[in-house]
Design a protein around this ligand. Structure first.
Ligand SMILES: *[C@@H]1O[C@H](CO)[C@@H](O)[C@H](O)[C@H]1NC(C)=O
Length: 301
């Protein structure tokens, strides 16, 4: 085996261990190590926002997300699907509104200036807006008109404390049941009246702006199961939306909205690196101890 081949195998192992998110990130270093391009399969269009967050502003910083293959028009001209579809494994597909829709996002905000207008799904056809109050209450507004209130105060699962509030909303087009989740808490499952909501399938999620941060936006064209909601809450890297996926997404910001490195993964990586260094030191000390012991046991030396 020549050196090149060994290197190639090492890169394969490395990318398998890192997982798709990080592997895609390491694609940025491909200029020097061209072998990586052959083992990763990043989406050909759309941005991988793994490890990133948006800092928004209530007065002047919004962001809208849409699939990379969706031609999103700002001047309200008709939107359409481009013909070429990306071929990566987490391709976004044209959503079907027949099963339902689920939206999951992570955010941090303070409520000093009142309720937070979190997001609006399908803003130009069948808007579904979600507002959050400081008192565990979510207000869903369907088609700018019908309100439904959800107290998210029932225990769902137990999870470690986290910086982020992780919120999921699930809607079934078949049963008309809506449920809201916030980390370890959930709401009741509420049946909407028939007139209240019908999802159009428009795959656009708009965040009109709040003072705070936003990350890990995922949208599915079906109601998530409890186990799928749990996967998202537990930061599973396999929790990826079928319509919008944070690792292959297109977006449009206005005003002062910023794209920044997320605080959580950076901190986590630093802690992991610290632990690894400590572990290495321990192993080295053990080795020195064993060598000394060997020398003692073999006094002949
Ligand atoms: C969501 O959960 C967080 C804790 O994880 C809590 O601080 C916050 O008040 C909750 N928000 C709502 C609207 O339930």
């Amino acid at each position: 085996m020549d050196l090149n081949m060994v290197f190639h195998i090492l890169m394969l192992i490395g990318s398998a261990l890192l997982g798709p998110g990080e592997a895609t990130t390491s694609k940025t270093t491909t200029t020097r190590r061209t072998t990586i391009t052959t083992v990763t399969s990043p989406a050909p269009s759309g941005k991988d926002l793994t490890g990133k967050m948006f800092t928004l502003s209530r007065s002047s910083g919004s962001v809208s997300f849409y699939p990379p293959t969706y031609a999103y028009s700002l001047d309200s001209a008709p939107m359409y699907w481009t013909t070429s579809r990306p071929t990566s494994s987490w391709t976004t597909v044209k959503p079907s509104p027949t099963r339902g829709v689920s939206v999951c996002v992570r955010f941090v905000a303070d409520f000093n200036s009142g309720d937070v207008n979190l997001f609006t799904l399908s803003p130009s056809s069948t808007p579904l807006s979600v507002a959050v109050s400081s008192t565990s209450r979510f207000t869903l507004t369907f088609n700018n008109y019908n309100n439904a209130y959800f107290s998210v105060d029932k225990l769902f699962v137990s999870l470690p404390l986290d910086t982020w509030s992780s919120v999921c909303l699930t809607f079934s087009s078949v049963s008309k049941v809506v449920q809201v989740f916030n980390g370890s808490q959930m709401s009741i499952r509420r049946v909407l009246s028939n007139q209240q909501f019908q999802w159009s399938g428009e795959p656009v999620l708009k965040f009109p702006g709040f003072d705070g941060q936003l990350s890990d936006v995922q949208v599915w064209d079906y109601p998530l199961t409890f186990s799928e909601v749990y996967d998202y809450m537990a930061f599973s890297r396999w929790s990826r939306g079928s319509v919008l996926s944070w690792s292959s997404i297109a977006f449009y910001t206005t005003g002062s909205a910023l794209l920044e490195d997320s605080f959580y993964p950076n901190l986590q990586r630093k802690l992991n690196a610290g632990a690894e260094r400590k572990d290495m030191k321990r192993k080295k000390n053990r080795l020195i101890f064993r060598v000394e012991k060997f020398l003692q046991d073999n006094q002949a030396f």
